[in-house]
Design a protein around this ligand. Structure first.
Ligand SMILES: *[C@@H]1O[C@H](CO)[C@@H](O)[C@H](O)[C@H]1NC(C)=O
Ligand SMILES: *[C@@H]1O[C@H](CO)[C@@H](O)[C@H](O)[C@H]1NC(C)=O
Ligand SMILES: *[C@@H]1O[C@H](CO)[C@@H](O)[C@H](O)[C@H]1NC(C)=O
Ligand SMILES: *[C@@H]1O[C@H](CO)[C@@H](O)[C@H](O)[C@H]1NC(C)=O
Length: 667
């Protein structure tokens, strides 16, 4: 006999079950939390092909890995058998591009593991490893790829320990990244930032051979002439339109509006990346692809420090990054908003939890194995002011600004507050230089002494003073010193090759073909900027590009800055400060008052950052402090000629950050 009490309690349970979905119907993965259990690891051998797999399952997600290669072959989530791409080899993988000294050695390597190990398995988490030690023919590195799946967590932490021994052959390492390709049937909506998200075309839409798209002037950009969805017709697709500076690259990914599921790459720290906080990297793009990059030359080019000499040892922990999945169980008709907001919240949680306390490798250092550095940055540009909202960071010892090209070490960056104070936390023990720059001032700061950080140390540097280059009072200036060409004239895109995302957008510069507008605006005569009359936001084109004169012919351009001097100190030394935001196969020649003279200053060929072709508004920063003898100037009207003589094609050129003429010091 069933007692009445039992029936009543069963009834209550039943009611509760009915209610549960309601009470958890707001954010998503809490629903999954109910079934949270200890993660399990299973090794299986497929009956069909004899291939082996490792499967980790925590009741929320179930992740399969090829064994011992360690490629992610499946992610089961929310009733979706696999959120990844149907092509087995294009799902979730690391890759690396390299070049040995022997020209036949190198290429793209998926760093497939040869050895599988379970590192930890507890009630709380599973950490597994797929490693490979160097064998001839492969890139000379030992690699240990690690994956962590935690209880009650809707995602996978991934990191890699990369090591090279000093006796190994020299090599160049171009790129290290993790890539995911998602199921194209499901994922159509991509989000990179609050104001950078949209419905995306498909990989098939980009197919030139099948006549779906037309090639454009740069290989990654295509015009979608026959897309599956006519809303994309004639739009340009280019993955470089979705790049992001490292400081802003915390979360990006894809949403399946049909399945109401999001897939995100969360990067809680910039310490393991290369090139500092404003280096730009790819994020997500048509595929559907989501990428996180640890080392690359993007927007810097061959200047990036990629070469490893004989005798040079290297070891670096890349990651962890967090692959996060979320779902929306509401019935709102736009799941995008909720999923994106939730992904951002999750990324904030990951940032707060950094450095993680659950990572097994002793090469990844916990909070108490790290130190911190504090101080106050002041700027001395004729008088002393707080270095507010400045970037300060610790990076491997080198010249001022060398962090821009550094790939080998860790970097730890922060921003100063309104009064110049800064705290750099969670720094790995080591010897660093303290670097920085201050928006509004030119040049690169480097603190005079090396900074030695030890575990648990709190180093207070007190006041540190940056004295930006300056030899005398300002006569005139063009632009603002912010390391970009953002403030200059950025033209409207062509109607038939635009990306509607960037219309009426703060990032107007992310459009294809803007460089071509120069030839239209200045068909016969180059840009002339008259100090005191011209306005840089209208009259200074964002890039000094070549002028197109025929189908395949281009000519160099010469820009003029015209200015008036009521008086010249002909025995004094004037200073021209030229800060460049980008350079690509360019040479800047400076002449004064005589267009035909030998240039009195020339940079030589500089830069391969490709920021013009890749719609960046900056690449690598360079400052030239140029001495201008007073005898070259005259009372009255003067002209500075800025000539860029290299003109093989459309993409050689420069972006200026800021230009200033200083009169001789009165001191
Ligand atoms: C699971 O995680 C969610 C969100 O982080 C949390 O609210 C919940 O309490 C967790 N549940 C368990 C059983 O730990
Ligand atoms: C800046 O940081 C310092 C040191 O932490 C603090 O005393 C000061 O109040 C902060 N100033 C502002 C404007 O936040
Ligand atoms: C451009 O954006 C601004 C600010 O978001 C908005 O107020 C304005 O209506 C937009 N204009 C057009 C033409 O879309
Ligand atoms: C320069 O042009 C911009 C944009 O049109 C305008 O907002 C600004 O006021 C102008 N500056 C001056 C000094 O006229």
């Amino acid at each position: 006999m069933v007692s009445q009490k039992k029936i009543a309690s069963l009834f209550i349970c039943f009611l509760l079950l009915l209610l549960l979905p309601l009470s958890f119907s707001k954010p998503t993965r809490n629903l999954d939390g109910i079934s949270a259990r200890a993660p399990t690891v299973q090794q299986i051998r497929s009956r069909h092909h004899g291939t082996r797999e490792v499967i980790v399952d925590n009741g929320i997600i179930r992740v399969s890995f090829s064994n011992p290669q360690g490629l992610i072959t499946g992610i089961k989530y929310k009733g979706i058998d696999n959120v990844l791409h149907p092509h087995l080899r294009d799902r979730g993988y690391w890759d690396i591009t390299w070049q040995g000294t022997n020209i036949r050695q190198g290429g793209l390597d998926r760093i497939e593991g040869t050895n599988f190990r379970i590192i930890t398995q507890t009630q709380e988490q599973v950490e597994i490893s797929f490693s490979r030690t160097w064998e001839d023919g492969h890139i000379p590195l030992n690699v240990d790829k690690r994956y962590i799946i935690r209880r009650n967590t809707s995602g996978i932490y991934m990191y890699g320990i990369f090591e090279r021994l000093p006796e190994w052959p020299e090599l160049d390492m171009g790129l290290i990244r993790i890539a995911f390709k998602l199921n194209p049937e499901r994922f159509h909506y991509m989000a990179v930032a609050d104001n950078r998200q949209r419905e995306m075309p498909t990989e098939d839409d980009r197919d030139i051979k099948r006549g779906h798209a037309k090639a454009l002037g740069y290989k990654e950009a295509v015009q979608l002439t026959h897309p599956h969805n006519s809303m994309f017709k004639n739009q340009v697709d280019d993955k470089y339109q979705y790049t992001c500076e490292i400081k802003d690259n915390k979360v990006h990914g894809w949403i399946s509006t049909k399945s109401r599921v999001g897939f995100w790459i969360i990067s809680p720290s910039g310490e393991y990346r290369s090139g500092g906080p404003i280096k730009q990297e790819l994020t997500s793009h048509v595929g559907p692809t989501a990428i996180t990059t640890f080392i690359s030359g993007h927007y810097v080019g061959a200047d990036m420090e990629a070469h490893y000499r004989p005798g040079e040892a290297w070891k670096k922990v890349l990651g962890p990054v967090f692959i996060y999945l979320n779902s929306d169980s509401t019935s709102n008709n736009k799941p995008q908003d909720l999923l994106w907001e939730d992904a951002k919240q999750q990324s904030e949680k990951e940032v707060k939890a950094w450095p993680y306390d659950f990572v097994a490798s002793s090469d990844y250092l916990s909070r108490r194995e790290r130190g911190s550095v504090t101080g106050r940055l002041l700027v001395n540009d004729r008088f002393l002011t707080p270095g507010k909202s400045a970037y300060v960071g610790l990076a491997p010892p080198g010249e001022a600004g060398s962090w821009q090209t550094n790939t080998k070490g860790y970097q730890f960056w922060t921003k100063t507050n309104e009064t110049g104070y800064f705290t750099i936390e969670n720094v790995r023990p080591g010897t660093y230089n303290l670097y920085g720059w201050v928006p509004g001032f030119i040049g690169d700061f480097r603190y005079q002494n090396l900074v030695n950080v030890a575990a648990g140390s709190v180093i207070s540097l007190g006041r540190v003073v940056y004295k930006p280059p300056r030899n005398g009072p300002t006569l005139w200036e063009i632009g603002v010193p912010d390391r970009t060409a953002r403030e200059y004239f950025i033209p409207e895109p062509y109607k038939d090759t635009m990306n509607p995302l960037y219309l009426n957008h703060t990032d107007k510069f992310r459009q294809y073909g803007l460089w071509q507008r120069y030839t239209e605006l200045y068909p016969t005569h180059d840009l002339v900027y008259t100090v005191g009359v011209s306005n840089y936001s209208q009259d200074w084109f964002y890039a000094q590009v070549t002028r197109k004169t025929g189908d395949l012919t281009y000519v160099p351009t010469i820009w003029q800055i015209v200015f008036h001097l009521p008086y010249v100190n002909s025995r004094g030394s004037y200073t021209l400060q030229v800060a460049l935001a980008s350079a690509a196969w360019a040479n800047l020649q400076v002449r004064i008052n005589n267009q035909n003279s030998w240039p009195f200053f020339s940079t030589g060929t500089i830069g391969k950052d490709n920021a013009i072709a890749r719609h960046g508004i900056h690449g690598m920063y360079r400052l030239y402090t140029i001495d201008v003898p007073g005898r070259l100037l005259r009372t009255g009207t003067n002209t500075i000629y800025l000539r860029q003589p290299k003109a093989q094609g459309p993409f050689e050129g420069l972006m200026y950050d800021y230009i200033r003429l200083e009169e001789p010091s009165r001191a």
